[in-house]
Every structure is written in structure tokens, then in C-alpha cells.
Design a protein around this ligand. Structure first.
Ligand code: PHE
Length: 330
């Protein structure tokens, strides 16, 4: 191979390396020494040059020198172009016309929205809001509500026990007792809160859920008033055209008792939404109200159940998973 051919092949190999130029700094350094290093390809050419006759030397020497300049220039240009930011000033990097990063907003949980709406409806017709304890003694959760020990009605609500006579409340009805113990009639309250039941978790039951209790005590309160307020509530919450029915039922702390169902268009069946009734005289006796003077009604509804029916949600567990894909729909 003549020296001119050797120069040509170094140029060709350099071109190929430029085409697949590395981005990694270590590989760039390797490539640099492959050509420009002490034992690099250009150095090899100078060794070849030294072996030439004096006649051949000047011309070949010029060719190698200009090859070296050429390679150096292209190598520098390439490294500059990939090094990018280092060679670019700050204001060239900042493109004010680009859209910003989207900021995701939090939103009010569907259960809270449902609760707020229910609260709003009852407040607008004169109910006040009260709260009570979630850890409760047996007396307030059961006994005072006319559910004696060993009464089969206790089986309706599988109970979490904290201690022998202390439970996680199984319903918000415990607050009926607190309110009447602490205040003189008349009373008109709703009581939102968390309740707990030791049930198998499924699409329709969870170990905790939320209820709203209603309690109205006054001198002339009738079953008609109870029906009136619940009808008014259902139409405002579910819509004017909602079909509902009162179905006779049993609760130890109300007499007579009923449950309210609404017709679910989607599932084509009656869905129970709440329990209610006239406060049992035994309950008034337990809190020291004179049941010949005072009458009252009470009701209790599950907030998850209301939200599920209103928004067509078919699994109660969705409320507790904090999955953004679910939550952002509300
Ligand atoms: N506490 C009952 C329940 O949890 C509901 C209810 C409340 C029924 C008030 C009547 C009156 O099922």
C-alpha cells in the first residue's frame, strides 16, 4: 500500500466513525485517541512518512498535515453539536412559548360531595348538624336503643369490640341517645359519621361506611311528617321523577318502623336506601323524656349507598381505594 492509499483509508475510516459518532463521553475520548493519540492512526502515518525518501517526503507530509487539520475540525464540530447545552446560552434554552407542565388539582371525594348535598337539603328545612363518638359503650350503641344483651336484633349488626363493653359503633343511632341525654326537646338534628361492621368485604359491604342519622322530637310529630320529609328529600336528591315506596320493617328503637326503597331504573329493581320509624317510647323512657308529651321520628341512611345509586357506582370498595382514575370522574 502506498502512503497515499494509507492516508485515504484513514480518511475513510474516520468518515465511518463520524456517521456513528458516540454520545457517551468515554467513547468519544476513545475515538479521539484512536486518531489523534500518541499511538493513533495519524501517528502511524507520520511513522510511515519517516521511512520515505527525501524526494517523496514533502508531498506526502503535506497530505498528512492537511488530513490532520481536516479531521481535527470535523471532530471538534461533531463534539460541539452533541455536547449541546454546554455550548448554548441559557436564554436560548428557555422557550417561553412552550406549554407548561400540567398541574393536577385535587378534588372533593365523591362521598364528601354526597354528604354535603344531603346535609344541604336537610339544613334547608331546619335541621342542625351534630356529631358523636365512633368508639362507644354498649349502652349507647345498643341498650338505650332498646336492644338488650342477647337480643337477636344484635345479630343484624356484626360488631367490632374494643373491650368487653366498648364497641366501634355499628350505626349513628348512638348519637340519638347522646343528643336526648344532653338536650331538652324539641330537637331537630342530622348526624353524619363513620360506622363499622364486621362483615365479609364485598362489592356491597365494607368493614366501615358512613351514615346520616336524622332525629326529630317535638309535641305533635306523626308518621305523616316522617313520610313528608323523606319524600321531599328523595325528590330533591334523586330527582323529581323518582319512584319510591315505604315498606314495613323492624328496628328495636322505632315503632312503627319502615324502610324506604327507590326504583333503580338501571338495575330494574327496588333498592333499599334507608331505615326509619317513630321513636319507640322505651327509648324516650331511657333518656328521661316523657313519652306521653313528646313524639319523634328517626331515620338512618348509608351515604355510600346513596352515592352508588345516584352515580351508578357498582362496587363500594372504589370509595376506599383512592384510585385517581375513579376519583377524577367526580
Ligand atoms: N340504625 C339503623 C341501621 O343502621 C337505621 C335506622 C336509623 C333505622 C334510625 C330507624 C331509625 O340500620
Amino acid at each position: 500500500m502506498t502512503i497515499l492509499e494509507s492516508i485515504g483509508s484513514v480518511r475513510e475510516s474516520f468518515r465511518a466513525d463520524l456517521d456513528s459518532f458516540p454520545t457517551d463521553q468515554r467513547e468519544i475520548d476513545l475515538l479521539r485517541s484512536k486518531y489523534f493519540g500518541r499511538k493513533g492512526l495519524l501517528a502511524d502515518l507520520y511513522i510511515l512518512l519517516s521511512g520515505l525518501s527525501n524526494k517523496e517526503k514533502p508531498k506526502a507530509g503535506q497530505s498528512i498535515n492537511s488530513l490532520k487539520k481536516e479531521l481535527q475540525k470535523e471532530f471538534d464540530r461533531k463534539t460541539a453539536s452533541i455536547a449541546g447545552p454546554k455550548h448554548v446560552t441559557n436564554d436560548q434554552l428557555l422557550d417561553l412559548s412552550l406549554p407548561g407542565y400540567p398541574i393536577t388539582n385535587g378534588s372533593i371525594h365523591p362521598l364528601q360531595q354526597t354528604l354535603d348535598e344531603i346535609k344541604g337539603i336537610f339544613k334547608s328545612v331546619g335541621f342542625k348538624v351534630a356529631y358523636g363518638p365512633e368508639i362507644e359503650d354498649d349502652y349507647h350503641n345498643f341498650e338505650a336503643l332498646n336492644i338488650p344483651k342477647h337480643h337477636p336484633a344484635r345479630d343484624m349488626q356484626d360488631t367490632f369490640f374494643v373491650e368487653d363493653n366498648v364497641v366501634l359503633r355499628t350505626h349513628t343511632s348512638n348519637v340519638q341517645i347522646h343528643l336526648m341525654e344532653e338536650r331538652e326537646p324539641p330537637l331537630r338534628y342530622i348526624v353524619p359519621g363513620r360506622v363499622y361492621r364486621n362483615e365479609a368485604v364485598s362489592y356491597k359491604s365494607y368493614c366501615l361506611f358512613h351514615q346520616i342519622e336524622g332525629l326529630y322530637v317535638d309535641k305533635n310529630v306523626s308518621m305523616g311528617d316522617l313520610k313528608g320529609i323523606l319524600e321531599y328529600f328523595v325528590k330533591r336528591f334523586f330527582g323529581e321523577s323518582t319512584t319510591m315506596r315505604f315498606r314495613p320493617s323492624f328496628f328495636p328503637f322505632t315503632e312503627p318502623s319502615a324502610e324506604v326503597d327507590i326504583w333503580d331504573e338501571k338495575r330494574e329493581k327496588w333498592m333499599e336506601i334507608l331505615g326509619c320509624g317513630m321513636v319507640d317510647p322505651n327509648v324516650f323512657d331511657n333518656v328521661g323524656y316523657d313519652s306521653t308529651v313528646w313524639h319523634g321520628y328517626a331515620f338512618g341512611m348509608g351515604i355510600e349507598r346513596m352515592a352508588m345509586l345516584k352515580y351508578g357506582i357498582d362496587d363500594i370498595r372504589l370509595f376506599y381505594q383512592n384510585d385517581v382514575r375513579f376519583l377524577e370522574q367526580f
